[in-house]
Design a binder for this molecule. Structure first.
Ligand SMILES: O=C(O)CCC(=O)C(=O)O
Length: 248
């Protein structure tokens, strides 16, 4: 690739908030359709949050998966306030299709490099036009659906602790979901030329994000715990033969 990062971004994408290319900015008001993410404040009441913390406990490692099987998580994933946020962007037939608990602590302090969320978890491998490549993660078959399919999905990240740049808040590149699927070279170019946002949130706030939005997270440097319940939603059903690994 012989384009400079600036040329590539100029041709494909213009950061709507920081056209001067300044380096990093926290918070701000974002528009879900244009930026690929938005924050809804105070969605999870304190009592429900404390109950979730109790139920989710202290998992080993970075967190836990398969959480739509947990009644408290399923109830939250389908409660009126949460479904209203989802329906606004996906329509009223959207439903939860995966729930993951991310727990960043002093003893399990991890980072995630820049990426897009490209895979879905299904019950079994069934060759389907447009779906692939396949992989297996945590013993579960995963597949990349077509981009048009990913546009029918969104993730809600329900914050169970206050988070900011010091305890590993999510880092995002606004608008990057509009670039489609990106290879490693394009991700590097985008990183070099675009401004990231550190997604600060208070406990109870919800971040809504598109799967194709470029995101990353750093290790906590403050030692403060950062718990997030990540729930994915999809509208419509999977093609015949494929089934969600979890669904509520
Ligand atoms: O929770 C985090 O810090 C990162 C999670 C993530 O990258 C993801 O859900 O794809």
């Amino acid at each position: 690739m012989n384009q400079t990062a600036a040329q590539w971004v100029e041709g494909n994408f213009r950061n709507p908030h920081f056209p001067d290319g300044s380096v990093s900015q926290k918070g701000g008001a974002f528009d879900f359709e244009k930026d690929g993410f938005a924050i809804a404040k105070g969605v999870v009441p304190e009592a429900q949050r404390l109950r979730l913390n109790e139920v989710l406990g202290d998992p080993e490692g970075a967190g836990a998966r398969g959480l739509l099987a947990v009644p408290e998580v399923r109830a939250l994933a389908r409660c009126e306030a949460v479904m209203a946020l989802v329906a606004r962007h996906l329509g009223s037939d959207a439903r939860p299709v995966r729930a993951i608990f991310f727990d960043k602590t002093q003893s399990s302090n991890w980072l995630v490099p820049w990426h897009q969320d490209l895979t879905i978890a299904v019950t079994g491998r069934v060759e389907t036009p447009g779906f692939g490549p396949w992989s297996v993660k945590h013993g579960i078959p995963h597949v990349q659906p077509p981009s048009a399919w990913l546009e029918r999905m969104l993730a809600l990240r329900l914050h169970l602790d206050d988070c900011d740049g010091s305890n590993g808040a999510l880092r995002l590149i606004p608008g990057s979901h509009r670039l489609g699927r990106l290879g490693p070279d394009q991700i590097a170019l985008c990183r070099a030329a675009c401004t990231e946002v550190v997604c600060e949130a208070a406990a109870g706030d919800v971040l809504l994000m598109r799967p194709l939005l470029l995101h990353a997270s750093s290790k906590s440097v403050s030692g403060r715990r950062r718990r997030v319940l990540h729930i994915e939603y999809c509208s419509g059903s999977l093609p015949e033969g494929l089934a969600w690994h979890e669904c509520a």
